[in-house]
Design a protein. Structure first.
Ligand code: 4AD
Ligand code: MG
Length: 478
């Protein structure tokens, strides 16, 4: 008897004798129809129990989430809705699941909020099973894309001594015990005495290290966890998220935009080709959710249509200055959707402005570039106007910023001046500046927030629902 995955049973070319299925009970109807899922697909295999020859005690144990081993024959199904079913010959309970206390079954249609509190169990639902399979396929697609193009995958450090974004949103790392840490004269922890002999933190981005590698390996990418202690309790921010950061020597900003657009389209297509059942399910879930909304607020496109739209249309490339003009002229606060009006060139865009540009004005993904230097990080290439930098942000409908990137400042003297102006001690970045001292070259890169991509592809709206165990302010339960 062969243990066969549910997916393979459902795709079998012919009926099969003597199969073994192992999985968890989803539902058990009429003392006869058992729906088993093993995670290999969103679909369940229907197993038909010979209830007349099964003890009532055994039938009672077929509760939601019980682990079972089912022996039987795969036959063509009599009922509608499935091609095959298993006629059960032997039933084993591997692990009981008490129907009285199993949290998810206790509620009829558990809300996403409730499921978030049960992050260890929510993956047993169809929605989360689908999301996590899509997430896994997207991860693979990302590696596939860069590997096919000859990029080298670089593992940048998780513990660093630098603040790549200069935003001061870091989690401090210390090996010292909370009590008894040596203090300096100011009464603060003396990091010189600590494990690394200096202050260290969890990385906010692997970019600076990736740049040093791009200056030898040419094309590199990172794909790893990054950490931000920004206290933004929003549906788009996590304290721990995964970022993909390609960095390419000799690429200017235009080439950087081309790469980002091609890359995003590739991974979305990859998921659409390989996650058809899961995406069909998520598409339906979103359609059902939209139906609950007033007509005016409903999205014009379904999930699959939105994904196809991104594949079929070029991203609109617009400079920051053009975007500001559009925002000023569209008086977006009139329809009360905007609380914050852009008065001045130089202001940072709020997410409501980004969403206006993408969802109302252009109605497609937008790449904004050439931002004011003052609102962007120190490492971005200064333009000839001395006002703007070769930055780019990619904005997606329903998501806002999904990518942040730039052409890097490759001129040593300009970079040193920038660092000095910001009051950063140049000595802290001596290794970074070496890339500009020895064989400097034009180069560019970007960071894609992986969870924001997964949000877009799955049609979910809260970032906490697309990572297994979300880390947000006041929340690190699991
Ligand atoms: O725009 P950011 O801060 O750019 C950088 O970190 C650059 N060093 C990247 C580079 O050029 N190599 O972050 C990049 C992306 C954002 O566009 C967003 O998608 C995501 O990372 N991101 C977050 N995702 C979830 N939670 C957060 N708190 C995030 N902060 C940024
Ligand atoms: Mg950004």
């Amino acid at each position: 008897m062969k243990h066969i995955k549910v997916k393979d049973l459902l795709n079998s070319a012919k009926p099969l004798d003597d199969v073994l299925v192992k999985g968890w009970v989803r539902t058990f109807r009429n003392n006869q129809f058992l729906a088993i899922n093993d995670g290999s697909t969103i679909n369940n295999i229907q197993c038909v129990v010979d209830f007349e020859n099964t003890s009532p005690e055994m039938l009672k144990r077929l509760t939601t989430s019980a682990a079972v081993a089912i022996h039987g024959n795969l036959v063509e199904s009599q009922g509608a809705g499935q091609k095959y079913e298993v006629q059960v010959t032997k039933l084993e309970i591997l692990g009981d699941s008490d129907a009285e206390t199993y949290p998810i079954q206790l509620r009829n249609k558990p809300s996403l909020e409730f499921l978030r509190e049960n992050a260890h169990l929510r993956v047993r639902t169809n929605v989360f099973g689908a999301i996590m399979r899509v997430r896994s396929v997207l991860s693979f697609a990302i590696h596939q894309y860069f590997q096919e193009k000859g990029f080298v995958y670089v593992n940048t450090p998780i513990i660093t001594g630098s603040d790549a974004e200069g935003a001061g949103e870091m989690f401090r790392v210390t090996a010292l015990p909370a009590t008894g840490a040596p203090l300096n004269e100011e009464g603060k922890v003396d990091y010189k005495q600590d494990f690394f002999g200096k202050e260290t933190n969890l990385t906010v981005s692997g970019q600076l290290e990736a740049e040093t590698y791009a200056m030898s390996l040419g094309q590199v990418y990172t794909f790893g966890p990054t950490f931000r202690a920004e206290n933004s309790n929003t549906s788009r921010h996590l304290a721990e998220f995964w970022m993909i950061e390609p960095e390419v020597a000799f690429n200017d900003l235009d080439a950087n935009m081309d790469l980002a657009e091609d890359f995003i389209q590739y991974v979305i297509k990859y998921a659409m080709d390989r996650c058809q059942d899961d995406l069909a399910f998520l598409n339906q879930r979103l359609a059902d959710e939209e139906k609950q909304k007033p007509t005016a607020e409903r999205s014009e496109m379904g999930l699959l249509e939105k994904l196809q739209f991104v594949l079929d249309n070029n991203f609109k490339r617009v400079s920051y200055t053009e975007a500001i003009d559009i925002l000023k002229n569209s008086k977006p606060n009139k329809n009360k959707k905007f609380n914050y009006i852009i008065e001045e060139w130089g202001a940072d865009l709020q997410s409501e402005h980004e969403r206006f540009l993408v969802e109302k004005h252009f109605k497609c993904p937008v790449i904004l570039f050439d931002y004011p230097a003052k609102i962007k990080a120190f490492y971005m290439r200064l333009n000839e106007d001395n006002q703007t930098v070769r930055a780019m942000d990619i904005l997606f409908p329903g998501i806002g910023e999904i990518v942040g990137g730039s052409q890097r400042e490759e001129r040593l003297d300009v970079l040193q001046q920038k660092i000095a102006d910001l009051g950063i001690d140049e000595k802290e970045l001596w290794w970074y500046l070496d890339t500009r001292r020895f064989g400097t070259a034009v180069h560019s890169g970007f960071g894609l927030g992986f969870e924001r991509l997964v949000l877009f592809v799955t049609g979910m709206t809260n970032i906490r629902d697309v990572i297994p165990f979300p880390r947000t302010p006041q929340n690190a339960e699991f």
